[in-house]
Design a protein around this ligand. Structure first.
Ligand SMILES: Nc1nc2c([nH]c(=O)n2[C@H]2C[C@H](O)[C@@H](COP(=O)(O)OP(=O)(O)OP(=O)(O)O)O2)c(=O)[nH]1
Length: 127
């Protein structure tokens, strides 16, 4: 049985662009682009986990707004369950320390970036 990982991801919009980040060069998803977030810890709600991850990774306080989608994706080394939420920056500049790169991208521009496979259904529903 593959390991099951449950994560939350923040879709942060500015004008018609979304905040996207590139993962570090390690693991099955090395260098892939994603929406920032991370694993839910025991006893945490999805919203609490997302606020904590964005504070830790991007030194920014967010408000978690509308639920967007839950994606189930089977990677080679694990099964992923990912819950995506629309989020708003309350305070901070989204300075990433945990990523190789970060960009504000329109939905159309995302097609030219190598996103994690599980993110494609999220990108699909952006408007
Ligand atoms: N945060 C986030 N993770 C994603 C996305 N798409 C996707 O497949 N993932 C996967 C990558 C990771 O395996 C997992 C998120 O875990 P993570 O970023 O907290 O942790 P990690 O694997 O770097 O591990 P660790 O730091 O806890 O050791 O979900 C996405 O858009 N955002």
């Amino acid at each position: 049985m593959k390991k099951r990982i449950e994560v939350v991801a923040a879709v942060i919009k500015k004008d018609n662009t979304y905040f996207c980040a590139q993962r570090k060069d390690q693991g099955e998803l090395a260098r892939k682009w994603e929406f920032p977030g991370g694993k839910i810890e025991k006893g945490e709600t999805q919203a609490k986990a997302l606020k904590r991850e964005i504070k830790e990774e991007l030194n920014t306080i967010i408000e978690v707004k509308d639920f967007l989608i839950t994606v189930n994706h089977e990677y080679n080394t694990f099964n992923l369950v990912m819950h995506a939420y629309e989020c708003e920056v309350i305070e901070g500049d989204l300075d990433t320390t945990e990523h190789l790169d970060q960009k504000w991208l329109t939905k159309e521009e995302m097609a030219a970036f190598d996103f994690a496979a599980a993110d494609l259904p999220i990108i699909d529903i952006l408007n």
